[in-house]
Ligand binder design. Structure first.
Ligand code: TXA
Ligand code: MG
Length: 321
């Protein structure tokens, strides 16, 4: 059952915090649209977000921070990002910055990228991140492919039963998603998504030009490239046996023929749990991204639920380069 409670009720906020601490999901009002929030440092919570949205792939998620200090914990921001945060936070601006080593953001939330998208929202989202002491990963609280929700009723009807609690803060003021920018050094901003803050506001506040995505070739559109973030070795999918010298990524119980001859092996989920497998996927690909590993065999993953997104990412990792 999905409960809807007023966002300004302290008991509801306390309940939301308990749920987040337990790795569960809570929909929160923000100034832009409602977000489907979970603890960004928990692979299980982040996997639940993708599962609840029915997303067919793992796009990186925005991490919502309590304040500038929490943002600094997650990234060595740099002067331009800091200037943007001071000018527009809390507010509808997301800044893509380098992810700090050891930051409490699970690789599934960043889709394995070396960058992280940060935003400080107004109100209950920032308070919950502060009380939790960790960022909240939160995409818009709608099923994949549907419009972003701007009321609690909209969230409750779209995601009914797929999350525990919706905090109702009334209709969202901005009504479109946050603007996403990436600083390019200290000289320019690259606009990755138009949204609540206009290009003119961005350049007025920073004094630097705002370039289109095409001009910011150094910033990739995550998930768009076929071979995005692939390991160096050849990736062989749907492997039902291991060839000598291959590394092996398994899934589920049971022995696979040839495992003795593998150069390395790990399992996405020994019990065959897709949520656990999703949480382990990027770490597994990274673990085997090693010049000494020429080939990686990957067990078949069921193409249902989160399996669809896992298989999408594995296909990209296996695409010819
Ligand atoms: O207004 C908003 O931003 C809402 C509310 C809930 O805060 N959130 C939202 O999140 O729209 P989401 O996850 O639906 O949007 C994520 C966008 C995607 O387009 C993704 O590609 C981009 O942010 N993104 C996330 N991390 C990124 C990164 N490291 N580099 C580039 N783009 C990134
Ligand atoms: Mg969305």
């Amino acid at each position: 059952m999905t409960k809807v409670r007023p966002a300004d009720d302290p008991h509801a906020e306390a309940e939301a915090l308990d749920l987040l601490r337990a790795g569960q999901l809570v929909a929160i009002p923000t100034e832009t649209v409602y977000g489907l929030a979970g603890d960004a440092s928990s692979g299980e919570a982040v996997a639940r977000i993708f599962e609840a949205k029915g997303r067919p792939r793992f796009n990186p998620l925005i991490c919502h921070v309590a304040d500038l200090a929490m943002a600094e914990e997650l990234s060595p921001l740099g002067p331009l990002a800091r200037r943007l945060a001071q000018a527009f936070w809390p507010g509808p601006l997301t800044i893509v910055v380098p992810r700090r080593e050891g930051a409490p953001v699970h690789p599934l939330a960043t889709a394995g990228l070396a960058t992280v998208a940060l935003r400080c929202p107004q109100g209950v989202g920032a308070r919950l991140a502060s009380a939790l002491g960790r960022p909240l990963a939160a995409p818009s609280a709608n099923p994949s492919g549907r419009v972003s929700p701007t009321t609690a009723a909209h969230v409750a009807s779209g995601l009914a039963g797929r999350l525990a609690l919706v905090l109702d803060g009334g209709p969202c003021g901005v009504g479109v998603e946050s603007t996403i920018v990436a600083p390019r050094g200290d000289e320019a901003l690259v606009l990755l998504r138009a949204g609540g803050i206009s290009r003119a506001e961005l350049s007025a506040a920073t004094g630097v030009p705002v370039l289109d995505r095409a001009a910011g070739a150094a910033v990739t559109a995550p998930g768009q490239l076929a071979s995005h973030y692939a390991p160096q070795g050849h990736v062989r999918l749907e492997a039902t046996s291991v060839r000598a010298g291959e590394a092996y990524i398994g899934f589920g119980p049971g022995e696979v023929p040839g495992l003795d001859g593998a150069c390395a092996a790990l399992s996405l989920s020994p019990s065959g749990d897709l949520r656990e497998a999703a949480a382990n996927l990027f770490a597994a690909l990274k673990a085997f991204d090693d010049p000494a590993i020429a080939a990686i065999a990957v067990a078949p993953i069921p193409h249902e639920g989160l399996g669809e997104a896992i298989n999408d990412r594995l296909r990209r990792a296996a695409a010819p380069r």
